[in-house]
Structure formats: structure tokens, C-alpha cells
Design a protein around this ligand. Sequence first.
Ligand SMILES: [Zn+2]
Ligand SMILES: [Zn+2]
Length: 378
Amino acid sequence: MAEDYYSLLGVARNATDAEIKAAYRKLAMKHHPDRNPGDKASEAKFRTINDAYQALSDPKKRKLYDQYGEAGVNQGAGGFGGQGGPGFEGFGQGVDVNEVFGDLFENLFGGQGGQRGGGGRRQARGNDLKYETTISLEDAFKGVQLPLHFQRVESCGTCHGTGGKPGSGVKRCTQCRGAGRVQVSQGFFAMSQTCPRCGGEGQIVEDPCKDCKGQGRTRKDAELKVKIPPGIYHGATLRISGEGEGGPRGAQPGDLYLEIHIKPDPRFERKEDDLSVGATVDIATAALGGQTTVPTIDGEPVTVKIAHGTQHGATLRVREKGMPKLHGRGRGDLLVHVRVDVPRDLTSKQKELLEAFQKTLHEEHKSDGVFGRLFGKD
Ligand SMILES: [Zn+2]
Ligand SMILES: [Zn+2]
């Protein structure tokens, strides 16, 4: 009397599909013939686990099993494995072995697993392309229309992506009978692989197109004008829909991603939408007040008022003279960093004046002690 499928997998009768799958995965890994070479007991166990999983993972079969036991599900199935095809196909669409194992197969079958994983799914669209470009800060400020020259794989114009000589047809692949996949037996496993003959397309061309050698796609020079919006950030990526590589057999093309780099500017430093600029002010202007002129990113220099007593390192803010806001309206600010320039060389006249000035400082300091307190001066 065969063991109950549920107890074989070590799950409750009301186990969920996920629980059944997890339990099977665990046991199948443990008892897989590749991991237990020559171990007949493991081999037998492996078969029964597979039988159990085949039955319980399919809702219809599980219902039958619950009602009638093993006899209910095993009619015509023929057992898992066998010599290649029949075993696997007997189970029909019930179990996607690849789906259950995923990465596990990569380990078990090495390179073959990789091939199966990579080429198994049909490619629905062309590959995305990625380019980088460097623009100046001025271009980032104004926005720019950028001509882009590059090479990409495009759908072949001669055969319109079919890969066949104009007028020649395509026929169903004889090896996979149009399915794009073939069953391959691996020891006790039968699994499905991308058809090596048609590369998973399910069809092959009768008479290959000369221009693309039957590939349906060719490498071509492409030219594109890309609009970079004002206010773009360094490191931003623009997606240009449909400008990537052409899809196989005339399928949808991929997208083009353009990463923007902004060259450092010698005058301005950018922080988000604000720009910083340095301004050198002489000591007299810093002390007495006055004005200075600074460059702006739009090219029109702007005059900034320097208040009396402005300190070295002070920051003045000029509103709306920074970068345009990429999202939304208006502009960032221009931050003017004040550097007070202390003269290195003085004429004798300047020296005299400064010395006189210096004396007044000392007099005031002296008076601070007595009069400062009396008159509330600081
Ligand atoms: Zn062609
Ligand atoms: Zn094929």
C-alpha cells in the first residue's frame, strides 16, 4: 500500500499550494539523484515525492486524489521521469518544473541551467540602451536640444523584421513543432528547454534575408535630437521611449536612457536650484557699506548691495537668480559669498590714514571702560 501523498510531503491535508510547493522543494533537493549518485533508496523516494507533488500541485488532480486516492490521479500518467519525453508530457501542463526550482537548477545542471534560464522566455521587446552625455551649466540653465549619434540594432528594413527574404515565408520549426521549447531528459528529470533550432521563436524562415542574415535586425547608425529641459540635474536620467534597440521579429523597440552629467563651472557652485558665487569686497566697502557686481548664470551681471559692517564669509541672497526649477515655476536663488580683501601693500598715504584710524580704535577701546558703561555704548 503506497504512502499517503500528504504524509509523503509532510504537509497537512488542508495545506496551501505554497506549503506544498515549499515542502516538495525541500524534499526534492534532499533526494535528487544528482545529489545522491547510486543511492537506490533516494531514487525511489525521489520518484514518490514527485508523484505526490504532481498530484497535489494540480487543483483538479488534488481533488481527484482526495476523493479516490492514488488511482484517481495516476491513470495514464506513467510516472515521472522514464526515458525523456513521455514521462514529462504525461503530466501535461500540470507542473512547471522550472518554475518550482528556479535557481536550484542552475546549481544542479551548471551551464545548461543558465541557458535554459536565459533563453527560455521569449523576448517581448528590444533591449534598452543607455548613454551618458555631459553638458555645461549654461545648457542646464537654458535647456538644450542635443544631437545624439549612436549605433543601435534596428528592425531590418528589407524584411521588416521577419528575417525572411521578401516574398519568402516562415515555416513552423520542425524540432519544437512551433512551441519554442523542447523537452530534454536529465537523468530522472525531464525538463523544458529553449528550442536550439529556432531559438525559442517557434518558427524559422525558409529563405533568410541577405541584409540581416535572417536575424530580422541589423546594426545601424542612429541620429536623434534629445531635448534637455532647463533646470536638469547632474546625474538625472531621461527616458526616451521607443528609441532603444529594435525588438525581435518586428516587436516593440526598447527605450533609450540618457544620463546627464553637468560639467563643473568655474564661477558657480550649484546646490539643488541655488547657485553660489564669490564676491571680493575691500575693507573700506565692507566697513562703510557700498555695492559690488557679480556674474549670473543668465549672463547679466547683477549689482549687490553691501551693508555697512559686512563680515568676511557673510552670505547675501539674490532671489530668483539661480537655476530654473525643473519641476514647477520660478528659479532658485544666487548666494553671494563675501570675501573681505585685506590689502597686502599700502601706499604711505594709506598707511598714515590707517594708523590714524587705528588710534581712534584704541581711544574708543580706552573710553569703553568708563564712558561705554556710562553712556550704554557697546
Ligand atoms: Zn532582413
Ligand atoms: Zn523550434
